[in-house]
Design a protein. Sequence first.
Length: 307
Amino acid sequence: MEFRQLSYFIAVAETGSISAASRRVHVAQPALTRQVRLLEEDLGTRLLERHARGVSLTVAGQALFEEAVQLLDTRTRIRTRLASLGQGLIGKVSLGVTVTHLWVPEVANLLRRYRDRYPRVAFEVFPLLSGPQLERLREGSLDAGILYLDGAEQPGLETRLLQHDHLMLAVPEASRWSSSPPRRLAELAEADFVWGFRSVSPVYYDRVMAHFERLGFSPRVVQYGADNITILSMVAAGLGIAIVPSASSAHPMPGIRFVQLPELEACDMPLWLAWRSSNDSPALHNLVGLVEEQFGEGGVSSPGLAG
């Protein structure tokens, strides 16, 4: 079984036709047919059902297709990595960033400065909510994360405060809240809210709910979204209103108006950089040094995030 045969087989499976696959991979149809038959003989099983309108996969063919796609993807990743090493790229650092903060100027500037200063490091950025980031950091599959934490002391982790965020209200532009914004949360007691699941960002969720409990406010939640981008999309569609980090306004979305409320501004939402204490990667510690250079050891306020 050869990689070439697998790529031919994938083309046939995806197009459902030997002739269409032949055009895609630029191989004559008889030659392509022969390679697929050789693959079947090598594996000792029939991979394709041939009929007048083309071909379809057998059960074995479907199983091979799924494995072949993963195998060729793995081969591509290995080739890319080796090519990068051959070109002088040394080291790798993987960074998780909360979905909300991918467009925040301060975070975008950090990513750009790291790339500019350390061009030989393979820099991987993953948009992840705080909960999944924390899990990956502790299991060692992520080098560092930009996320919400409930404080600097985290078992097994080192942390640096980046900046202080706060909450704000997001309403549909077509809603009455857009033309006549509320001044207090109490005015929203009967409003329909779009909310996030606690499981995907427990620290953020608990901090927000604790703030509301202090204020005696309980949002009436009628819809749920997987992350803040999804939640904002639902707000834009008119499914309800939402309370989101003020960093969300760094990525304006059509159909949404962001509203400041003093009661929401009073909820401090600190953003942190975190990494495993045992991670001694030079590439990672270069990132930490750049964070301390840009944000300072005490973090910064971010009035510009309110937008």
